[in-house]
Design a binder for this molecule. Structure first.
Ligand SMILES: Nc1ncnc2c1ncn2[C@@H]1O[C@H](COP(=O)(O)OP(=O)(O)OP(=O)(O)O)[C@@H](O)[C@H]1O
Ligand SMILES: Nc1nc2c(ncn2[C@H]2C[C@H](O)[C@@H](COP(=O)(O)OP(=O)(O)O)O2)c(=O)[nH]1
Length: 226
């Protein structure tokens, strides 16, 4: 059977999941699957799960596990031929267990970034809600201030990126994420990266994936000749 590469990336809001996922997708040719993008697509398409998800997001809540897994697992089934990196899922132990029954993961990347750094980053984060594109006024600013590069639409700052909301969000993240990282640690696939800068974390992630991905893809090549 051919073996593909399957990874998840975890970390608190602002830890760089989106930024690092894009780099991984670009450098290693994996598909970057973002749970936030899936949620937004389902809301736009008014699917049953999308309609349910919208009621929670409007209140600034996480989407419940059963809605999230119903929305996400069928999309993963469409990806059986591809290597992928999943960003934003799982966020809870229930989601991690649901994912575990659907597929075998090779690597779980865990970003551990100091609180002060997260606060500072999210203060400067601006997003283009229809596409999910993320900018940072210092790190990756748009070409024109306040305007999306591709569509020319105005950018917005999310309510829950404000410093007051953020501390509560981060506390909640820690409580919910710990059982998930423990779960992956017990499986021996957890790799934690701690730093204040994505550019310093990136070479270490790249080295890790260089050691993991060629082996797996050469397995896949052998398998495909039989
Ligand atoms: N795994 C998940 N479980 C529950 N809700 C989710 C999950 N993934 C996404 N969502 C919902 O979709 C919304 C958008 O997700 P997305 O990951 O794009 O943004 P976010 O919560 O601002 O994350 P971050 O700040 O870490 O980038 C979330 O706020 C949440 O309500
Ligand atoms: N100053 C600075 N900003 C960074 C760095 N890495 C990412 N950012 C920016 C990009 C975003 O505006 C914000 C959060 O990054 P993100 O990739 O959206 O994180 P996440 O919420 O998906 O985990 O921080 C970084 O290393 N330094």
């Amino acid at each position: 059977m051919s073996k593909l590469f399957r990874a998840v990336i975890m970390g608190p809001p602002g830890s760089g999941k989106g930024t690092i996922s894009e780099r991984i997708a670009h450098s290693f040719g994996l598909k970057h699957l973002s749970s936030g993008d899936f949620v937004r697509e389902n809301i736009a398409a008014k699917t049953e799960a999308g309609v349910q998800a919208k009621t929670y997001i409007k209140k600034g809540l996480l989407v419940p596990d059963h809605v999230m897994t119903r929305l996400l697992l069928p999309r993963l089934e469409e990806m059986t031929k591809y290597s992928w990196l999943l960003d934003g899922f799982p966020r809870t132990l229930a989601q991690a267990k649901a994912l575990n029954s659907a597929c075998d993961l090779d690597v779980a990347i865990n970003l551990n970034i100091p609180l002060e750094t997260l606060k500072e980053r999210l203060r400067h984060r601006w997003i283009h809600p229809p596409s999910g594109r993320v900018y940072n006024m210092c790190f990756n600013p748009p070409r024109v201030q306040g305007i999306d590069d591709i569509t020319g639409d105005p950018l917005i700052q999310q309510e829950d990126d404000r410093p007051e909301a953020l501390v509560a969000r981060l506390r909640h993240y820690k409580d919910v994420a710990k059982p998930v990282t423990d779960f992956y640690k017990a499986k021996g696939i957890l790799y934690t990266f701690s730093d204040t800068e994505t550019d310093r974390i990136w070479p270490n992630i790249s080295t890790l994936l260089n050691t993991k991905i060629p082996t797996i893809q050469s397995d896949a090549r052998c398998a495909s000749t039989h």
